[in-house]
Design a protein around this ligand. Structure first.
Ligand code: GSH
Length: 210
């Protein structure tokens, strides 16, 4: 088995997506901290691994892979033998839709606005920008309701098997569920509420997203 190293900040949503997959396979890997809060991700050393300075990057026997869709796809093929992506083409499409919604529509308002303003800014002594938070509620609600329409939700997003779609959404819920905006954004998504109550108890989630 190749030597796997994940570079990134442990609290990062995208780092957690990759680690959830790895923990669910039981594969051995190293986690090397690259701190996005002190600018380490913009160091020349890290930019040589990932020119966009984003985390995570995966190193496999000296080769570097960045972009979480590429990393999770690679690991699902090589380490998990396609365990985390359904073979049924429609379910595969549903999985990719959910990953795309998280990337393109949910991450920025849920994490970049609500979680940062509600959890990070106050923890650093700052004041929450209430306008940023209230502007983020509608796009988060829209994204969660779109995912609600695509999901089975019991016990996992696509049914009986956990998939990369779950790994994408779990770290977002970890933060969103700690904010006062959770109740209103999830109100019209009962399947996602049931899903979150179940997946938040998984040992891998408790280990990676604690
Ligand atoms: N498209 C990237 C996005 C990764 C991403 O946005 N990571 C965030 C942390 S969750 C990051 O690196 N932020 C630091 C920065 O933007 O400077 C991927 O899929 O891996």
């Amino acid at each position: 088995m190749a030597k796997l190293t994940v570079y990134g900040t442990p609290v990062s949503v995208y780092v957690r997506i990759v680690r959830l997959l790895l923990e669910e396979t039981g594969a051995a890997y190293d986690l090397k901290s690259v701190d996005i809060f002190d600018g380490e991700n913009q160091s020349a050393e890290y930019l040589a691994k990932n020119p966009f300075g984003k985390v995570p990057t995966l190193e496999v026997d000296g080769a570097f892979i960045y972009e979480t869709t590429a990393i999770t796809g690679y690991l699902d093929t090589v380490v998990a033998h396609h365990k985390f992506s359904p073979s049924d083409p429609l379910l595969q499409a549903r999985m990719r839709q959910i990953m795309g919604i998280v990337d393109s529509h949910l991450y920025a308002p849920a994490i970049g606005s609500i979680a940062i303003q509600r959890l990070i800014v106050p923890s650093q002594g700052g004041t929450t920008d209430e306008e940023k938070v209230s502007n983020a509620v509608a796009p988060v609600k829209q994204s969660l309701e779109a995912i609600e329409a695509l999901t089975v939700g019991t016990p996992y997003l696509l049914g009986s098997e956990i998939s990369i779609a779950d790994f994408y959404l779990i770290p977002v819920f970890t933060y969103l569920s700690q904010t006062p905006e959770y109740e209103i954004t999830i109100a019209q998504a009962p399947k996602l509420q049931t899903w979150w109550n179940a997946v938040s108890q998984l040992p891998s989630v408790k280990k990676v997203c604690a």
